[in-house]
Design a protein around this ligand. Structure first.
Ligand code: MTE
Length: 326
């Protein structure tokens, strides 16, 4: 990527401006060059710009989807329907039931600032749209296994978390990446429930964050990711239980201390830092041996590391004695 020579927030105008509008602007410049008769187009452009500013749901990166599929990530089962994946959700900010998808529409996605801070060469803040625009977007088919013993298979689009880590330039002393969700009680009624330790926080070791599977989702089902699935930026680490896959991220912090996640804070004995999927290690209150595949009526055996042992088992080979599977 070509942005190394400039500070991360300094984008050429072609990148900082929504693609369609940029094209319109070029058309306008051509029109202006062609002569005064065509100047009638100018006020219309102003209106278009105002319309964009007024509609925070309009994605200037919508043209990135559907993204080219990365065939390295094979799927061994039918994909879950978009209807199920977008209406059966966990997003405690909007309630502890599965049917929060309508409540989640209250999120305003623009402006959406993302801060990169902590143990990095230089802290900075960037608009989510500008960040997405500079990343290589691709589609990957991933299994998702919730700690509650249900699973889905989703065509996500997004970019590798490793690319974001590289862009952030962490210090060599940094060992963990902590991610944080937005915090706004007006938008998210769940965040008025004071007994939860808001905002939602999750973390990975830097080695995990750099693993090829760690993915920041910006799209799903061939289009921009839905709010209820964690727009505009949602982590997916498919070898771990689903609660590690934090939604609607606003902050990436590099640190040398293992963070305490949202669920560790609530019930550390049941939801640990590692939370790798393992059918042989039961949750304190239920078995993890099998999972209900949503939409199929089937219950199937759960696989070690959710079937991704080949990509991740090495990360943990020297960690005997740690509670890797809860
Ligand atoms: N992220 C935030 N911010 N808040 C949440 O409540 N729930 C987690 C994870 N990410 C959650 C979150 C859990 S428990 C699961 S299983 C997945 O999101 C669910 O993702 P989905 O609704 O897209 O299937």
């Amino acid at each position: 990527m070509l942005f190394r020579s400039k500070p991360n927030w300094e984008l050429p105008e072609s990148e900082a401006t929504p693609e369609a509008m940029f094209r319109d602007r070029r058309r306008l410049s051509k029109a202006l060059a062609a002569g005064p008769l065509l100047l009638a187009g100018a006020p219309a452009l102003g209106l278009a710009q105002r319309a964009f500013a007024a509609d925070p749901d309009m994605d200037p990166n919508a043209g990135l989807y559907p993204a080219k599929r990365n065939e390295a990530y094979k799927m061994d089962r039918a994909l879950t329907s978009e209807k199920i994946a977008t209406t059966y959700n966990n997003f405690y900010e909007f309630g502890s039931q599965k049917n929060i998808w309508q409540a989640a529409q209250k999120m305003k996605l623009r402006p959406w600032e993302v801060t990169i801070d902590g143990m990095v060469e230089k802290e900075f803040t960037i608009e989510a749209d500008a960040l997405i625009k500079r990343m290589q977007i691709e589609e990957r088919l991933y299994r998702h296994r919730c700690v509650e013993a249900w699973s889905i298979a989703v065509p996500w689009s997004g970019f590798s978390l490793r690319a974001l880590v590289d862009m952030a330039r962490p210090l060599s002393s940094a060992k963990y990446l902590v991610m944080q969700t937005f915090h706004d009680k007006e938008v998210a009624p769940g965040q008025r429930q004071f007994w939860y330790p808001w905002p939602y926080v999750e973390g990975l070791t830097l080695a995990e964050a750099r693993n090829e599977l760690s993915f920041i989702c910006t799209g799903a089902y061939g289009k921009t990711i839905a709010k209820q699935n964690g727009a505009p930026l949602r982590l997916t680490v498919p070898w771990k239980y689903g609660f590690k896959s934090i939604k609607s991220i606003t902050r990436f912090t590099f640190t040398d201390k293992m963070p305490k996640s949202f669920w560790m804070e609530i019930q550390g004995a049941e939801y640990g830092f590692w939370a790798n999927v393992n059918p042989e290690v039961d949750h304190k209150r239920w078995s993890q041996a099998t999972e209900k595949q949503l939409g199929t009526g089937k219950r199937v055996p759960t696989l070690l590391y959710n079937g991704y042992a080949e990509q991740v088992a090495d990360l943990y080979k020297d960690m005997k004695g740690q509670q890797l599977f809860m």
